[in-house]
Design a protein around this ligand. Structure first.
Ligand code: CA
Length: 504
């Protein structure tokens, strides 16, 4: 029998593809992550089925949609007795481990299962001196979280039995909010980063959800997000980031010249003549802090790839780099994710496996995070259980079967009007050309959600003519036929995966 390959799955948290240089975002340089793309395949249309941490992770590990695995929101931890891909791989002879961010719940019923070794951050985890839960025991680590996760990953790799394949999930916390870089990277990116053309979006010609979301760089970032404080007795303190929170948003005061912001590390003072100057300052602080945290991930990826090279393991290891969803980097004026708009829907996905994947290839076909688990099993030459709803991406990686490939990605966001971001619930599909979204605007009393009452709305975007998604063409007469075709596709997909449509 052919030797089963090792699988090294590296996942970041909230890493937009635009912030990986092989995706040509033009805002940073990630030479080590790029190596995976240069020596393997880059996916341009990999999509998340629910653009938020916990549900995406549940789909990745189980190969199922969230109405099936019951992890629909941040408040619905996974039941760890249900089957997952690590359990199948372990049964199939693999050594299994997960290191870093888990975020699928804590305690006996929710902690990682199916792993020989696990060392994970509780909840979101901390950037500095983080606590880990390792095989059920709390341990304190000293240092910077990304480096610690890389080192723990290397340590586990060094201890593996080279007679058996391994499945290793290395899950970084970065670049999750509140974007705290390693001190050595605090002054990276001296020059300003270019502001996206939709930064001052007025949200016209769109469903109301866009204007109602509280994810604006101008209005909704907190002092902690940007590493800032105000002088003692500063009068413009800003509103609370959510009810009962002690975090406050940086205000946009009428008299902006009276505002002084102070860098909490260096003590540097910042003053502003106009509100536009202040909002651009917020953008630069935000994007640079975000990109600086990614620098440490890139370094860590380099160390893991070097380790594989030095130990003659690169040929027989499938290496994947991805993120649990995309992220807005100022597009539409936003930070955060949640929406089905492209920056948040698209996941970076890079895969290297020299035995089967041609170096430097690009895949334009549709892939989804529910496809990851079947892909791992397919490469391991193990059966893909019928409960899994995704398909193996191995044919795409081998550049086969492109004609009959899936044409639709399904997305559903359940957390209607969560108190921090006020994002509306919706579902819809993305095809190569179009995106259809139904804003059903109701939480159905799910944990972490609110009741709706808002009118339902539809959106249609032509991703080719309007890649920035500024014009909802759902009501345009010339798209009548497209709307009915896509509505049928949406209904077909929902019926196929067993999700209940709310629009019928
Ligand atoms: Ca995330």
């Amino acid at each position: 029998m052919k030797k089963q390959p090792n699988i090294l799955f590296i996942m970041a948290d909230d890493h937009a593809s635009k912030a990986i240089s092989s995706y040509d975002g033009g805002i940073n340089y990630t030479p080590n992550i790029d190596r995976i793309a240069n020596e393997g395949m880059r996916f341009n249309h990999c999509y998340v089925t629910n653009s938020i941490c916990t549900p995406s992770r549940a789909s990745i590990i189980t190969g199922t949609y969230n109405h099936v695995n019951a992890v629909t929101t941040l408040e619905t931890p996974i039941n760890n007795r249900i089957p997952n891909v690590a359990k199948h791989l372990k049964t199939g002879g693999y050594q299994t481990a997960i290191i870093g961010k888990w975020h699928l719940g804590e305690g006996k019923s929710h902690e990682p299962s199916g792993f020989d070794f696990w060392s994970v951050l509780p909840g979101q985890g901390e950037y500095f001196d983080p606590v880990f839960i390792e095989m059920g025991q709390e341990i304190e680590e000293k240092g910077y979280v990304t480096d610690i996760i890389t080192n723990k990953t290397l340590k586990w790799l060094k201890g593996t039995d080279n007679q058996k394949p391994f499945f290793l999930m290395c899950h970084h916390k970065a670049p999750h909010r509140e974007w705290e870089p390693h001190p050595k990277n605090r002054s990276l990116f001296e020059d300003d980063i270019v502001i996206p053309s939709t930064f001052d979006d007025d949200y016209k010609n769109r469903a109301r959800a866009a204007a109602e979301a509280k994810m604006r760089i101008k209005d909704d970032l907190t002092y902690d997000d940007l590493g800032l404080v105000q002088p003692e007795g500063g009068s413009e303190i800003g509103e609370k980031s959510r009810p009962f929170s002690n975090k406050r948003k940086i205000p946009n005061p009428k008299n902006v010249s009276a505002l002084c912001l102070i860098d909490k590390d260096t003590g540097e003072n910042f003053r502003f003549n106009t509100n536009k100057e202040l909002s651009h300052f917020k953008y630069q602080r935000y994007i640079k802090r975000y990109l600086r945290t990614i620098q440490s991930i890139d370094e860590g990826v380099g160390k893991l790839l070097d380790f594989l090279d030095e130990n003659d393991m690169s040929e027989n290891t499938l290496v994947i780099y991805t993120s649990d969803q995309g992220f807005f980097l100022g597009e539409h004026g936003w930070f955060d994710k949640r929406f089905m708009y492209e920056e948040s829907l698209q996941m970076p996905f890079l895969a290297r496996f020299p035995a089967e994947v041609e170096a430097g290839t690009v895949c334009q076909e549709i892939a989804c995070n529910v496809d990851f688990a079947p892909t791992f099993l397919d490469f391991a030459e193990l059966p893909i259980p019928t409960y899994m709803q995704g398909v193996s991406l191995r044919p795409l990686l081998n550049q086969l079967d492109l004609e009959n490939w899936q044409k639709v990605a399904y997305h559903r966001y359940w957390m209607h009007k969560d108190p921090d971001h006020n994002a509306y619930s919706h579902y819809g599909i993305r095809t190569q050309r179009y995106k259809l979204i139904y804003w059903y605007n109701d939480g159905f009393d799910l944990p972490g959600t609110n009741h709706g009452g808002e009118d339902k709305e539809w959106e249609l975007f032509d991703c080719k003519k309007d890649p920035l998604e500024l014009f909802n063409i759902y009501m345009e007469p010339e798209y009548l036929e497209i709307v009915s075709e896509l509505t049928l596709l949406l209904e077909k997909k929902m019926s196929e995966i067993g999700d209940d449509p709310a629009h019928l």
